[in-house]
Design a protein. Structure first.
Length: 250
């Protein structure tokens, strides 16, 4: 939900710059195409980042993307003459930022637009807080977790209660599985229907045990994602957006 993220330019350095950097042309194209499909809003900075206009992503091609022109003709001319521009957008609580050295005023599908080449580097700047998608029973996912414990070992399908860019909340009733606070589980996988499979390392952050009315004991496990790759992050954003759209249309 981009309206909660200020579309201001982030100054990145050192470890943060390295963690946020995306250089794969395929991943950059995929992310921008995903944003264009929902008409994501963005701020286009020009004149040495002193000025900006609000715009939206219109379309993505093989080598670049199209964004809306502004309503002010003199500003549009200055933008077209700029040598360095920064675009800052957001998608599902992740700020997107990149710099390009050229821009062209064009028409796209009959409307005034700007054409930007794909950047060599794009930054995905994750917020500390994430939109959390609570899943209905009909939408429930399972997380496949490799578990190696004295009493039980193997791959276990653990139901997912909710999911976000930051992690998942799981639940289970089996007595032979025991999650430990602070424990890390590598190579966990979640299959997102009609979207794709994501892989991540999970770290257990909280544990809650509830006694149901039928006498059954339910264990809830809050886990944080660790080392999520860019492709999995994009797939997760796409899945959350798809579920939100389906719910809105119902």
């Amino acid at each position: 939900m981009h309206e909660n993220i200020p579309l201001t330019i982030e100054r990145l350095a050192g470890e943060q710059e390295s963690e946020c950097r995306v250089t794969s042309p395929q991943q950059i194209q995929s992310l921008l195409r995903d944003m264009s499909e929902i008409g994501a809003l963005a701020a286009l900075y020009y004149d040495g980042v002193k000025e900006f206009i609000m715009t939206s992503l219109l379309d993505v091609g093989d080598k670049g993307l199209w964004v809306e022109q502004g309503v002010d003709a003199p500003k549009n001319r200055r933008i077209a003459e700029s040598q360095r521009l920064t675009l800052v957008g957001a998608h599902n609580q992740v700020k997107i930022q990149f710099v390009v050295d050229s821009i062209r005023a064009v028409t796209h599908q009959g409307y005034p637009a700007f054409y930007l080449p794909f950047p060599a580097i794009l930054y995905r700047i994750q917020r500390r807080e994430y939109y959390r998608l609570s899943l209905f029973p009909s939408e429930r996912l399972t997380c496949v977790i490799p578990i190696a414990q004295p009493q039980v070992s193997g791959l276990f399908d653990v139901p997912v209660m909710d999911i976000s860019g930051g992690g998942v909340r799981l639940f289970y009733t089996a007595d032979d599985i025991e999650f430990v606070l602070g424990q890390v589980y590598e190579n966990c996988q979640i299959n997102l229907p009609e979207t794709g499979k994501i892989s991540a390392t999970l770290e257990v952050k909280n544990l809650v045990t509830i006694s149901a009315q039928n006498g059954q004991t339910i264990h809830r496990v809050g886990c944080e994602f660790k080392n999520v790759d860019i492709s999995s992050g994009i797939l997760l954003q796409r899945y959350v957006t798809k579920v939100q759209r389906l719910r809105a249309a119902a």
